[in-house]
Write a protein that binds this ligand. Structure first.
Ligand code: GLC
Ligand code: CA
Length: 558
């Protein structure tokens, strides 16, 4: 059932879930643990190895739960502590691990620490936050939520001082220079680990410490603290993982892996927009370039590859020119933009083109790293750009064509957000139930790809070598692990393409297309010609000899 390998995360398929959006068990219009537990069979069927739950702690929900008012309990609307335990048991029984968000950098201004802190300079919690008499400190730090914030400082009339915040002004940053804060957050972490969780997706880690004269990101003191957290895990919680949300250039993310003694995993932020650029501009360059700039990571570490998540499709790690290109091609309507990014889901971004959706998934399933799927993208759910902030990509999961998409039995007016109901992406057209019935649906395709991926450890653990054929619209690479060599070929273009690959090193082998188990012509000393349909892709196993590839008992004449 559940793999006992301590490096399980290197091969795992992850799946991101906002509890609120997934399934409503008690019919109040808000997703909850009870509802989620009822969907674990579905996740097991799909082949998911680990789910990541977005924050479910008490919160005024002004940042959808990332504004945490109490780290040590469960928000009432999602259930009880017992429900969390039951979820863990039920998930583990199905071989599914569970990681949750650990919001280290800040709290809600409703958190008791902040309430106490603001009261007076003598408060025992004063030092939990970053107070200042002036708003002219740390001026080199950029503003992240540019749609709503003008400064990283906000005046608090009660405290009669400014407080520091890297995100919303209602989310004051914790003061990591204070050892009491360091301890309190370590205790928060161990509290949840003691409940049996499998680890954390650590929110906004670059911003923990501030220092004058710097951009207040990725500081050495931040890394020291994170290494401290890791030591705690290694000492008492083997097999649990830390996954970093550090939206930075690969060279700046690299230190978050340390010498294999900081994070186990980190999202590969800059790769993501380049996958979209590659397919839109029909060239492999942005993708290969990004790997040229991706440093080697320690053997016990892993990248986490994604196409979409609950936030805007961030363009922070793009040059001005690349950003313009992305806006121009993917968000021409200004109401699709959010902060420095695009507030849309995968399927609408790709014009609901099944071929492009498959192609991009094929890339995140086969490039170095572990893939993560954003809930609903496995059925090609749509978005609602009219909703505020990032709510447009956080609408109820579409289970069936029944009322409220089968998400909840409540009066539709009671839903936490309306279900998507347009003609193309609406729940009558796009839902789990009907895609389960249809053998060639996107959902069935995803299930099949996940299961094939699992047969080859090379995807999670192998080396990568890019081939550079003359046809620049084709992205081809080898993944090698132990004796197995896989060749992945992707046509980024809207038209059919032919490509000549230099496979002379494999002369004599008979490539096997592993998705359909079809034999391809044997490799010779000459260049190997492949033709690809528009947005077509092949997963070829190069480790077979011609006789391995034979069907039945017939003797092959060579
Ligand atoms: C992370 C979360 C995002 C949240 C922000 C502030 O970037 O992914 O949703 O708004 O942190 O907590
Ligand atoms: Ca509910």
């Amino acid at each position: 059932m559940m793999s006992t390998d301590p490096l399980w995360y290197k091969d795992a398929v992850f799946y991101e879930i906002p509890v609120k959006a997934y399934a409503d068990g008690n019919g109040d219009g808000i997703g909850d643990f009870q509802g989620l537990i009822g969907k674990l069979d579905y996740l097991e069927w799909l082949g998911v190895d680990c789910i990541w739950l977005l924050p479910f702690y008490p919160s005024p929900l002004r940042d959808d739960g990332y504004d945490v008012a109490d780290f040590l309990t469960v928000a009432e609307q999602y259930g009880t502590f017992q429900d969390v335990k039951r979820l863990l048991d039920e998930a583990h029984r199905r071989g599914i691990r569970v990681i949750v968000d650990l919001v280290l950098n800040h709290t809600s201004d409703r958190h008791a620490w902040f309430q106490e802190s603001r009261q007076s300079p003598q408060s025992s919690k004063r030092g939990f936050y970053v107070w200042s008499e002036t708003d002219r400190k740390y001026e080199k730090a950029r503003i992240i939520f540019i749609d709503t914030e003008k400064s990283n400082w906000t005046w608090d009339p009660e405290a009669k001082a400014f407080y520091w915040h890297r995100f919303f002004s209602h989310q004051p940053d914790l003061n990591y220079a204070n050892p009491e804060v360091q301890q309190a957050m370590l205790d928060t972490m161990t509290f949840w680990l003691d409940q049996g969780l499998d680890g954390f997706r650590c929110d906004a880690v670059p911003y923990l410490f501030e220092r004058e004269g710097t951009i207040c990101e990725n500081l050495p003191e931040t890394h020291d603290y994170l290494k401290n957290i890791r030591r705690r895990i290694d000492a008492s919680y083997q097999g649990r993982i830390l996954l970093a949300e550090a939206n930075q250039w690969p060279t700046d993310v690299r230190p978050y892996f340390g010498d294999g003694d900081e994070f186990h995993m980190a999202f590969h932020f800059p790769l993501m927009p380049r996958l979209y650029m590659g397919v839109r501009s029909e060239t492999r360059d942005p993708i290969i370039d990004m790997f040229t700039h991706t440093p080697e990571i320690p053997p016990n570490c892993q990248w986490c590859l994604f196409l979409r998540n609950h936030d805007e499709l961030t363009l922070e790690m793009c040059s001005g020119e690349e950003r313009d290109y992305m806006y121009y091609t993917y968000a021409r309507d200004p109401s699709m933009r959010r902060n420095i990014g695009i507030g849309r889901r995968l399927a609408p971004l790709l014009d609901n083109d099944r071929r492009k959706i498959e192609l991009l998934h094929s890339l995140v399933f086969t490039l170095p790293g572990s893939p993560i799927i954003y809930y609903g993208d496995e059925i090609g759910m749509g978005d609602n750009i009219k909703l505020k902030d990032r709510d447009g990509v956080r609408t109820p999961m579409q289970w069936t064509m029944d009322r409220n998409a089968g998400f909840s039995g409540c009066d539709p007016a009671q839903l936490y957000l309306p279900v998507v109901a347009d003609a193309v992406y609406g729940y009558q057209a796009v839902n789990v139930e009907s895609q389960k019935e249809a053998p060639h649906s996107l959902l069935q395709w995803m299930k099949r790809m996940i299961s094939v991926r699992k047969r080859f450890p090379a995807f999670g653990r192998g080396t990568i070598t890019f081939l550079r054929p003359a046809n620049g619209k084709v992205l081809a690479y080898l993944r090698r692990y132990d004796d197995v060599v896989l060749l992945l070929v992707h046509n980024l273009a809207e038209s059919s393409q032919a490509v000549e690959l230099d496979l002379t090193a494999f002369a004599g082998t008979t490539p096997m297309e592993v998705l359909g188990e079809a034999r391809f012509p044997t490799v010779t000393e000459r260049s190997y010609v492949l033709t690809l349909a528009p947005y077509g892709y092949y997963w070829l196993d190069l480790t077979l000899t011609p006789s391995d590839g034979a069907y039945g008992i017939e003797q092959m004449v060579l």
